[in-house]
Write a protein that binds this ligand. Structure first.
Ligand code: OXD
Ligand code: MN
Length: 584
């Protein structure tokens, strides 16, 4: 099928190592997808959902120990340890290949090896890149059909070049003891074994489009970021594009598909992407972004026709659900879907749901759905040139201290805000949920090289831009003394986006504060919004003591990087402390 010699050589080498019974080259066709589905139904690794209400939708249940990304088993294998930096697990590439190579030896015996050429990014874009995933998981092959552009389109893009990112994946024996997600950025190579979970196994997503791509981006002068991309249409019909970084499971898909509360005023949100942005500076000095993915791999729990009606419509057809619960009517169900759990509900493990307090759907249960069928998909989502980015937003869950919105003073200060962002952990990765950790630019688990060099790259990229996008920090999750959310979130977040848009347009009332530029009193449009009394003051309040403690936490974090941390960030840190010390 392929005339690409280095690709064929790699496939042959891999087959010699993994010893599959059969090799299947994926074409990416609709027939092929249906064959995969039929085969999984036969093998009982997929359950057919109600085809009247959810046509072409299926449910997959993963192994109960394989339900989220495993950051502790994820490695960056650079030849020098210091190039992976203090925030990544590191293994020497030779040692990694020996150790994990043994696990791959014969791992596909009795199985079929699927070779999946795929394109990340729109067809015809010079910013799109080719990956080839080899896997022994049909579930992975089917999901890749949705998440990337698979088959000939990728081989066409490759042309005569051998510039593709190889990714070898096997389910192995699914044991966490023999689970490794390995990245070799210097060779642009991925090896993943022992997990079938999305972020560990759909290698185009986190492994290529973030970890390997961030390394390539640093070398080649572009940016690979954990960001959604939206177009905000204003009442005049103008569309302004924004990119926003939030840690996993913190509402990115909801924001990307928001139905704005201020629809009556003429605002509309267009979805370009919900998870990853590849960005570059064009000839005119404008930052532009493409969405490298072709589908959404979204968190199901909490998604409802109230919180995200667009996602609910998007997943009504052609969707693979993973680890959600199943109703007696054969429909998917999850916590906060908008209906009460019913008699006869089957939980994500496949047993009758009865345990009070135990969720029926796994908290990190997911849907995989084609982006093109999303009702709010932007007409520009596959524009080969990408979309021009006017604002960059950093957000995370913080119950206290961090205000609803703050604008950075300039690009350098914005890089400081992003690099020092703290976030409460979520169920998207294994480990404790709800503890604050530093998650710079929401990239902590996804940066394929030394994070201090990554900050330096951000600073350098700013210098290449003529009109760099304005940078903002947002927090939808601030709580009052009773532990209740102060801000309603979801569609109401448009009120914050409206202020951001006004700032981009050189309008929007503002005031200087020790931590950056805040909205002036009444600058956030709260028309028609019932907030409890004093809530807006609390939402925008600058908690001086909290920020002083925060500055100390940033200090500790920055110290990890030693003298590799760009001096500009220490300058910003000193300025923050200085401004706080003079604050009333
Ligand atoms: C995701 C994640 O799946 O960030 O997008 O974990
Ligand atoms: Mn993500």
């Amino acid at each position: 099928m392929s005339r690409h010699t280095s690709l064929i050589r790699w496939v042959e080498e891999t087959a010699r190592l993994t010893k599959p019974d059969h090799i299947h080259w994926c074409t990416g066709s609709a027939d092929e997808y249906q064959n995969f589905i039929q085969q999984m139904l036969k093998e009982k690794t997929l359950i057919e959902l109600n085809q009247n209400t959810y046509p072409n939708c299926y449910l997959h249940r993963s192994h109960p120990s394989d339900v989220a990304r495993t950051e502790n088993l994820t490695f960056i294998c650079t030849s020098k340890k210091e190039d992976a930096g203090p925030t990544n697990n590191w293994m020497n590439p030779k040692e990694a290949k020996e150790k994990v190579g043994k696990l791959f030896d014969g791992c596909m015996k009795g199985r079929t090896m699927y070779v999946i050429p795929y394109l990340m990014g729109p067809s015809g874009s010079r910013f799109s890149k080719v990956g080839v995933e080899i896997t022994d998981s049909l579930y992975v092959a089917a999901n890749m059909h949705i998440m990337a552009r698979v088959g000939q389109v990728a081989l066409n893009h490759l042309g005569n070049s051998d510039d593709f990112v190889p990714g070898l994946h096997s389910l192995g024996d699914l044991s966490p003891e023999r689970r490794f997600i390995m990245h070799f950025p210097e060779e642009k190579l991925i090896w993943s074994i022992g997990s079938g979970y999305g972020g560990n196994a759909l290698l185009g997503k986190k492994c290529f489009a973030l970890r390997i791509a961030s390394y390539m981006a640093k070398q080649e002068g572009w940016m690979a970021e954990h960001m959604l991309i939206i177009g905000l249409e204003d009442p005049s019909g103008n569309v302004t594009y924004m990119a926003a970084a939030f840690p996993s499971a913190s509402g990115k898909t909801n924001l990307a598909m928001m139905i704005p509360a201020l629809q009556d005023q003429g605002y509309k949100v267009w979805t370009v992407g919900d998870d990853i942005a590849w960005m570059y500076v064009d000839e005119a000095g404008q930052l532009r972004a493409i969405n490298p993915e072709a589908g959404f791999f979204g968190v199901a729990p909490g998604t409802s026709s109230k919180t995200n009606p667009i996602a609910m419509q998007t997943v009504k057809k052609n969707t693979i659900f993973t680890n959600v619960a199943l109703t007696p009517n054969n429909e998917p169900w999850w916590e906060k879907i908008g209906t009460e759990p019913m008699e006869g509900l089957i939980d994500w493990r496949g047993g009758a749901w009865k345990t009070a307090g135990e969720p029926a759907a796994h908290p990190n249960s997911r849907f995989t759905a084609p982006a093109g069928q999303c009702p709010s998909i932007s007409p520009k989502w596959e524009d080969p040139k990408g979309v021009p980015i006017s604002a960059i937003i950093f957000g995370s869950r913080r119950s206290h201290v961090v205000p609803l919105v703050t604008q950075a003073i300039d690009w350098q200060h914005g890089v400081f805000l992003g690099s020092s962002m703290g976030a409460e952990t979520t169920a998207a990765a294994t480990g404790t949920v709800g503890v604050v950790r530093r998650d710079p630019m929401a990239m902590l688990p996804f940066c394929g090289y030394h994070m201090a060099d990554y900050f330096g790259h951000w600073l350098d990229m700013g210098k290449k831009m003529k009109n760099s996008p304005l940078i903002f920090r947002v927090n939808w999750f601030r709580k009052n003394d009773k532990g209740e959310f102060l801000w309603p979130g979801y569609g109401e977040n448009i009120r914050v986006l409206k202020w951001i848009l006004e700032r981009v347009q050189g309008k929007g009332g503002s005031r200087e504060t020790p931590i950056g530029i805040s909205p002036a009193l009444n600058a956030i449009d709260t028309s028609g919004l019932k907030l409890s009394s004093g809530a807006m003051d609390q939402l925008l309040h600058i908690d001086r003591d909290g920020w002083l403690a925060g500055a100390e936490a940033i200090n500790e974090f920055y110290e990890k990087f030693g003298d590799r941390l760009p001096v500009e960030l220490w300058q910003e840190h000193a300025r923050l402390e200085e401004r706080l010390s003079h604050a009333p």
